[in-house]
Design a protein around this ligand. Structure first.
Ligand code: 4IP
Length: 123
């Protein structure tokens, strides 16, 4: 079952990412990703007509891929969970990758993107 998006929920970040297939050939597919609150949704394309999947982020660990992951793509990162599927994603450039890793990490920790700003202003 794919978690559905609540139209009223705010979008933290959206953009193109490449996603590796989970089956044998692990073919990369270009997808449109939307981060809304604690859930990452991916669609076939930018028009957001076909929702292909969603990842409930809390308890996921977000990190850049390393040589050990043997991912032959630049700007690759992964979403790992103790007992859920691992997602291997790849951003179009370094800046996008940094932004996604940061935003997804915050969502995984159930912190809203505004929490950090708030904490900074409290100091
Ligand atoms: C598909 O490979 C796509 O990567 C799918 O991703 C993926 O589904 C399928 O994995 C995988 O078999 P091909 O396109 O080469 O057939 P998407 O849904 O983005 O199109 P997921 O679950 O990753 O969405 P399985 O394991 O779900 O079949």
């Amino acid at each position: 079952p794919i978690a559905q998006r609540l139209p009223s929920a705010p979008v933290t970040m959206a953009g193109v990412l490449y996603k590796q297939g989970s089956d044998g050939l692990k073919v990369w597919r270009k997808r449109w990703f939307v981060l809304s609150e604690y859930c990452l949704f991916y669609y076939k394309s930018h028009d957001e007509e076909k929702l292909l999947g969603s990842v409930l982020l809390p308890s996921y660990k977000v990190s850049a891929c390393t040589a050990e992951d043997k991912v032959l793509r630049k700007f690759a990162f992964k979403l790992e969970h103790a007992n859920m599927r691992t997602y291997i994603l790849c951003a179009p450039d370094q800046e996008a990758m940094m932004k996604w890793v940061k935003a997804l990490t915050m969502a995984a920790l159930m912190q809203s993107p505004n929490d950090q700003l708030q904490k900074q202003s409290e100091r």
